[in-house]
Design a protein around this ligand. Structure first.
Ligand SMILES: Cc1cc2nc3c(=O)[nH]c(=O)nc-3n(C[C@H](O)[C@H](O)[C@H](O)COP(=O)(O)O)c2cc1C
Length: 541
């Protein structure tokens, strides 16, 4: 029945009307040739629009035209005449969109490999409070040729992974359409970078393309779950030993909804997803806000050790958004006490994205990426474990400057979710939670996900990654450095006011190696360290 009504769905109504009117007019013209002069122009107009609409449905370049044949040309027209007008018709930028038009434009251009240079000089107000810049050198280095990589895996890891410094952040199949997962993974395969599965399990679309995977398990344990929702070790061992899985990641929290667990709205729980995740169809698919597999920092470290053992010694780590500082320091104390250390920690910023979350959580809970990354970096330095644990950063990192800045604050590599969504053609319509994504990125409706043409978008994912690393290599060379891991806070400045400029070293003072073990005077850490306990996430005293 639904398919029968499709021509009347808002997306196709314009094309349906044009083709019906054309047929009607043709009928009238054929039935009564005397009126042919009257109908010939309308036949040409509506006929022409019908042909355009059919072309839109079949062309591959523009996902939005495949979703909204004929109608979506309005969007391009508005973009052409007055970019600002677009926001009134299609996007309300009045109240601030997660990503600025400028950043999206750079990503689109890099994905399409069109000129991403700018004429005439910066459009930023460099005297505005908060403006930040990186220092160049009078002795720039030659441009690095090899894409930048790092090795992830500490002393207990027997299968370390050579990772790109820029990878696809966790987004589950379910939040994303099958075609989006395919295109991301195919792009990662071609570019030699990693694709984090998100908490929705490893889907056939991840496996189809063969790109490197970081398998993330959240509190729903999708893919390695018993009927009661608890963790299933044999299933985990079987799936994590798959060659395509390069690292295993425990999701503790996500910046956009820390302490809230995951929600896949019922509208998006298809038969396929219910099978892959082992959950009921037609109901909200909830990942609880807490884990069943552990409830203390000590147990969490043992679980990380267990994940590494079950995966055959692959790098094992966890992802979180920093909440109460003493809780992360409690994990540090548990590392010291158990001697079990993760191989990596991914820090997600409060400004991170999600498929769906309550406003209060999205706007007011969790530490922003910069403070979170720097806090984790300093805490690991403070317990003398920084060398054995790599830090990944996520949270509005879409350009080379964002990557360089996160690395100055302590990150070893960066992940992007929405940056890669833009490379897939996302137009930030903010309808991820409705299953009505206009570009086929975040929908389980096959008629909408057909808008996303996999081979073309896979190329754009690959291009975006390559062009962003190219821009990073240019930045690094201009600063007189050879590898992003050489970036330090001293290389960045921040405008605190019209006349006050601070170096990042002042804004983010470093802890000395082992300082937390010997009792620190640093107010950012002293109190929280004293409150932290390895045997509980609750504060001491
Ligand atoms: C559609 C969508 C789905 C996401 N799903 C997950 C998930 O399953 N697990 C997770 O740890 N983070 C998830 N995230 C968070 C991202 O991985 C990332 O940490 C966050 O969005 C910050 O990166 P960004 O600013 O580049 O988007 C999701 C984000 C988006 C936009």
């Amino acid at each position: 029945m639904e398919t029968l009504l499709l021509p009347f769905s808002p997306r196709y109504i314009v094309l349906t009307i044009c083709s019906v009117v054309t047929l009607l007019l043709l009928g009238i013209g054929l039935f009564d040739p005397k009126v042919i002069n009257l109908v010939v122009i309308p036949i040409l107009v509506f006929g022409g629009l019908t042909i355009l609409g059919i072309h839109d449905l079949l062309q591959k370049d523009h996902a939005i035209l495949r979703s909204y044949p004929i109608a979506a040309h309005m969007r391009f027209l508005l973009e052409e005449i007055r970019p600002e007008m677009r926001q009134y018709f299609f996007e309300s930028e009045k109240d601030g969109m997660p990503f600025s038009r400028d950043t999206r434009a750079v990503v689109y251009q890099r994905a399409k490999m069109v000129l991403d240079k700018r004429p005439f000089g910066t459009q930023r107000d460099v005297y505005e409070e908060g403006y930040e810049w990186m220092h160049h050198s009078m002795a720039p280095k030659p441009h690095a040729t090899e894409p930048f990589r790092i090795t992830i895996g500490g002393p207990d890891c027997t299968q370390p992974y050579s990772a790109s410094v820029f990878n696809i952040s966790a987004m589950s199949f379910g939040a994303l359409s099958p075609n989006a997962v395919r295109a991301l993974n195919a792009g990662a395969k071609k570019g030699g970078f990693a694709h984090d599965t998100g908490e929705g399990g490893i889907s056939p679309y991840h496996q189809e393309m063969g790109g490197d995977l970081i398998w993330e398990i959240g509190s729903g344990y999708f893919g390695c779950r018993n009927r009661d929702g608890s963790f299933n070790a044999p299933d985990f061992a079987r799936l994590s030993s798959n060659d395509q899985v390069k690292m295993v990641e425990l999701k503790v929290s996500q910046g956009a909804k820390p302490g809230h667990g995951g929600v896949l709205p019922a509208a998006k729980v298809s038969e396929e997803i219910s099978r892959i995740r082992g959950v009921a169809m037609g109901e909200d698919c909830i990942s609880p806000a807490y884990h069943k597999a552990f409830s203390t920092p000590l147990q969490m470290m043992e679980f990380i050790g267990e994940m590494r053992r079950l995966s055959g010694g692959k790098p094992a780590g966890f992802k979180l958004c920093i909440g109460h500082p003493w809780e992360f320091l409690a994990i540090c104390k548990a590392m010291l006490q158990t001697g079990i250390y993760p191989d990596f920690i991914v820090v997600d910023g409060k400004e991170g994205g999600t498929g769906a979350a309550p406003l209060e959580f999205m706007d007011h809970l969790g530490m922003p990426m910069r403070e979170g990354v720097n806090f984790v970096h300093n805490a690991l330095v403070g317990i003398g474990a920084r060398d054995r644990i790599k830090i990944g950063a996520a949270g509005k990192i879409a350009t080379a400057f964002d990557i360089a800045r996160a690395m100055a604050l302590g990150a070893d590599w960066c992940n992007s979710a929405r940056g890669f969504m833009f490379s897939l053609g996302c137009i930030q319509s903010l309808s991820c939670h409705t299953d009505r994504c206009p570009t086929g990125v975040t929908t389980q409706d096959p008629l909408r996900s057909r808008a996303l043409v996999v081979p073309l978008k896979a190329e754009r994912v690959y291009n975006y990654h390559r062009a962003t690393l190219h821009a990073l290599a240019e930045l690094i060379a201009a600063a007189g450095l050879e590898h992003p891991q050489q970036i330090r806070p001293i290389h960045f400045s921040h405008r605190a006011s019209g006349t006050d400029v601070l170096s990042f070293t002042r804004l983010y003072p470093p802890l000395r190696p082992g300082e937390l073990l010997n009792g620190t005077g640093d107010a950012r850490f002293r109190e929280a360290w004293d409150m932290a306990r390895a045997d509980s996430f609750a504060p001491a005293g």
